[in-house]
Each structure stands twice: as structure tokens, then as C-alpha cells.
Design a protein around this ligand. Structure first.
Ligand SMILES: [Zn+2]
Length: 253
């Protein structure tokens, strides 16, 4: 049964990932997410059902369009494999529990933010709203109303804190250091893991972002560094290693 469920979660993750690739590229470009149907970016050839199977289609077509033989972007293929593995890993790690359902939503956010923030410097609003509502419902179901409402307060505090940091940043550097999306994402962070952990996520995210930011400033390719991917990665890490982080927190209390 374990093998059955693991495979189901893998398939579920990879199918969702191909949908997320569409969402995260079409919405920032102002295109509809339902029309036109999935097609080749070069020759507009509409993809048949067997060209839409996650992971396998890419292998079967050897990474090229069937009509014009242009290369299909490899990030979609990688994204499908990674999401499948993360979904399966969450199931194996958490089993059927509150943490499993929350982690599936966080992984989905992770994938969407990695694509849209690195490609377009945008964090989409709709996934943040959907994730918040879903986690609120899960908190009510697995805990109670009171816990769910108190978590909203944690989210709001972290949101205001980041708003303040953004304001200070703008005063000092005379330009936007934090995007609106990063500030909204902070709400989800505080809301999901609560306050002391929320601040740990912020600290961890700066450490994660540092090597990339240094690299991109040195190579001078761009002065704009997306922060969203590092925030959401830090959130996933803290969520996964809750106990380890609570141990660190206890050292300070
Ligand atoms: Zn083509």
C-alpha cells in the first residue's frame, strides 16, 4: 500500500507541476490559462494528449517538438520530476496528517514562486490567497477555530514587520529592496508556522539568498535579485525540521 500511495503522490505532484508551469508563465504574461491549449512556443502546433504526459512526453519526444524539432524547455521536465519527488517525500515523511496536506500546499507555492519570480520577478497573488484559505481550513479541521484565528494574527504581525523593513530599506537604499509579493508571502509564513518560527524563516532566507545575491552582484548580470524563492525555501525547510528549530528556539528561552 505504501508503494501505491507513494506512486500516486509522485504522479499527482508531476501532473500538478505541468499545470503550475503553465500558470506561472501565462499569468505574468497576461495570457489566459485555459486558451489557447498547450502548444509549441515556436510553431504553435497544438499538443496532442500523448505530448502532455508529464515527464514521459519529454523523454518520448527526446526534448524536441514533434513538428518543428525545436527544443522544449528543460525546466518543465525538471520541475515535474522534482515536484513529484517532493510530493512523494512528504507522504513518506509525514504520512496522512495535517503536516502532509500543508506541505503539499507549500511545495506548490515553492514551484510557482521559483518559476514566476526568477523568470518575471513576480509572485502571483492567487496562489498566496488559495494557500492561506486552504491552510486556514486545515487548521480549523485539525485543531480549532481559535488556533486558526490566532495564526491569522501571527501572519499579520510578520506582514507588518516586513512592511516596516521594506520602508526602512527604501529610505536607506532609495529603491525598493523588497517587492510587494515578498511582503504578502510573509503573511503566509507567519500564518503557517507561527511567530517565533516565522522570524527564523526570515533569518534563514537571508542566509540562503546571500550566495546568490553576491554572485549576481559580482557578475553584474542584474541588480534585481528575486527574494521570494529564498523565502519560500526557508519556510519549507523550517516546516520540515520543526523539531530541530524548536530545539534552537528553546536555547534562547
Ligand atoms: Zn514546434
Amino acid at each position: 500500500m505504501e508503494v501505491f500511495y507513494s506512486s500516486m503522490f509522485f504522479i499527482f505532484g508531476s501532473v500538478l507541476a505541468s499545470f503550475y508551469c503553465v500558470l506561472a508563465t501565462r499569468i505574468p504574461e497576461g495570457k489566459s490559462i485555459v486558451k489557447p491549449r498547450s502548444h509549441c512556443e515556436h510553431c504553435n502546433h497544438t499538443l496532442k494528449w500523448y505530448e502532455l504526459i508529464p515527464i514521459f512526453s519529454y523523454l518520448f519526444l527526446r526534448g524536441k517538438c514533434r513538428e518543428c524539432h525545436k527544443k522544449i524547455p528543460i525546466y518543465e521536465f525538471i520541475c515535474e520530476i522534482i515536484t513529484g519527488l517532493l510530493f512523494m517525500g512528504s507522504y513518506l515523511y509525514f504520512g496522512f496528517s495535517y503536516s502532509l496536506w500543508v506541505s503539499l500546499f507549500l511545495i506548490s507555492l515553492l514551484v510557482l514562486i521559483f518559476i514566476s519570480d526568477f523568470k518575471y520577478m513576480i509572485i502571483l497573488d492567487s496562489p498566496l490567497v488559495i494557500t492561506s484559505i486552504a491552510i486556514f481550513v486545515l487548521k480549523v479541521l485539525y485543531f480549532d477555530w481559535q488556533t486558526a484565528f490566532l495564526s491569522l494574527l501571527d501572519g499579520a504581525i510578520l506582514f507588518v514587520f516586513m512592511l516596516f523593513i521594506a520602508y526602512i530599506g527604501k529610505k536607506i537604499f532609495k529603491r525598493d529592496a523588497l517587492g510587494g509579493g515578498d511582503i504578502k508571502l510573509s503573511f503566509v509564513i507567519g500564518f503557517t508556522v507561527g511567530l517565533p518560527y516565522g522570524f527564523m524563516v526570515l533569518v534563514l532566507s537571508t542566509f540562503l539568498a546571500l550566495p546568490y545575491a553576491t554572485f549576481s552582484l559580482l557578475t553584474n548580470s542584474s541588480h534585481e535579485v528575486p527574494y521570494g524563492p529564498f523565502l519560500i525555501s526557508a519556510l519549507c525547510i523550517v516546516f520540515l525540521y520543526y523539531e530541530k528549530f524548536s530545539y534552537i528556539l528553546n536555547l534562547f528561552s
